[in-house]
Ligand binder design. Structure first.
Ligand code: ADP
Ligand code: MG
Length: 414
């Protein structure tokens, strides 16, 4: 891990924004400003704040900073998914102008109107473009929008770690058209997560939960080979219990997850990592804060009940494992923490991770939200902004947004 003021550039030895010559140049910055919205306002600005260091670095070095991000999953330029609320929040933190959305109708986000606007920029000025997914070719990684975006700028910086597992025009295509660099956030995300994956302080304890079971099985497979202990909670544990032939009542179980859990259990038999499943549970009649609640000493869930949290013995056991870890990687809440009767498991594990003497890394949108809600986010060594991207990196998959920076044109080539 890099220490002090000069952390290693790691994989970005030749492609860190810290080494880019940007003064007076037009820089296209792909940031991850994909934040949750509520009532037309930014509900959580974590990702906006995480994008600031790179924007500030570029501004302070006299670049003309053209920022682009996606927001949500628009199908047809829905105005509810305009970047306007993001621009409002960003403007409270930095002087930024926003490319008027009325141009978008006819020209896309990087048409002649945007080009005229960019031509008028002064060094140090910041311009936010509209939602990159207003371009139908963005998610297909079409060359055409990538070429239009590239034509706006002289350099490209990718700081959108949260979107780096997608090969889209703004994350991948455009990196091949301009000299391309990693932003500070993306660089640090890759450095911290890769260190945990490849060179962790032992024992490495991995805590996995949440609801997206099939998405997370790849990472379980991998950690069965490389971790020392795997602690499973959340809805995920019911796929394992179903694979063991136990009763799961009305608990959330995915058929595809059960098959994968069966394979993982087989692998765990002879594997290196110890796989821990809950030994007690908190049950509810339904996914509801007002529902009838009972504790179950055991894990066979009776009909008419669903498992919505890990029980107190399991929490105590998981806390001890986390406390003894050299490195902790946590992804996915231990229960339905949004509902107060089922929040204790997630809170207990969150407290243990926050207090752990080992190096702690947390990924996943809901896990991060839980830490923020419990006031513990500051006590985590690295809180990743990328849910899916952090899992794919951990799994050992190549991230197209990262690989493209490695293959990109070197500064000066173009
Ligand atoms: P993350 O965003 O951290 O990767 P996920 O999106 O996979 O996590 O899962 C988060 C969701 O999982 C939360 O909304 C939580 O309510 C739900 N969840 C956790 N445990 C259970 C459970 N036992 N039954 C149903 N839902 C659960
Ligand atoms: Mg989630």
């Amino acid at each position: 891990m890099g220490a002090g003021d000069t952390p290693s550039r790691g994989r970005f030895e030749k492609a860190s924004v810290r080494d880019a010559d940007v003064a007076g140049k037009r820089v296209l910055l792909r940031a991850d400003l994909n934040v949750p919205l509520a009532d037309g306002k930014v509900a959580d600005d974590t990702r906006i704040r995480a994008a600031l260091p790179t924007i500030e670095l570029l501004r302070d070095r006299g670049a003309k900073v053209i920022v682009v991000s996606h927001l949500g999953r628009p199908k047809d330029r829905e105005p509810e998914l305009s970047m306007a609320p993001v621009a409002v929040r960003l403007a409270e933190l930095l002087p930024v102008s926003f490319d008027p959305p009325h141009l978008i109708e006819n020209e896309g986000i990087a048409g002649p109107g945007a080009a005229v606007r960019v031509d008028m920029m002064d060094p140090g000025e910041i311009l936010l473009l509209e939602n990159s997914r207003y371009e139908p070719g963005e998610t297909k990684n079409d060359p055409e929008p990538a070429e239009r975006l590239a034509a706006l700028a002289e350099l490209y910086v990718n700081d959108a770690f949260g979107a780096a597992h997608r090969a889209h025009a703004t994350t991948e295509g455009v990196a091949h058209l301009l000299p391309a660099y990693a932003g500070l956030l993306l660089e640090r995300e890759v450095r911290e997560l890769t260190a945990v994956r490849d060179d962790p302080e032992r024992p490495l304890v991995v805590v996995l939960g949440g609801a997206k079971v099939t998405d997370k099985m790849g990472v379980i497979e991998r950690f069965l080979d490389t971790a020392d202990e795997l602690l499973v909670g959340g809805a995920m544990c019911f796929s394992f219990f179903a694979a063991e032939g136990r009763a799961t009542g009305e608990s959330l179980v995915e058929a595809a997850g059960v098959e994968l859990a069966r394979k993982a259990l087989e692998k765990a038999e002879g594997g290196d990592a110890l796989l821990h499943l809950p030994e007690d549970l908190v049950l509810g009649r339904s996914f509801d804060a007002e529902t009838e609640v009972r504790e179950l000493n055991g894990v066979d869930v009776p009909a008419g009940w669903m498992g919505l949290d890990i029980g107190s013995n399991t929490v105590a056991k998981y806390r001890r494992r986390v406390a003894g870890a050299g490195t902790v990687f946590w992804n996915g809440p231990m229960g339905a923490f949004e509902l107060e009767p089922f929040a204790a498991g997630t809170r207990g594990v969150a407290e243990a991770v926050a207090e752990a003497p080992g190096f702690t890394v947390v990924g996943g949108g809901d896990s991060a939200a839980a830490l923020v809600e419990f006031g513990l986010a500051e006590s985590i060594d690295w809180l990743s902004t990328g849910g899916g991207a952090s899992l794919e990196l951990m799994e050992g998959k190549k991230l197209p947004g990262v690989e493209a920076l490695m293959d990109a044109k070197e500064a000066g080539d173009g």
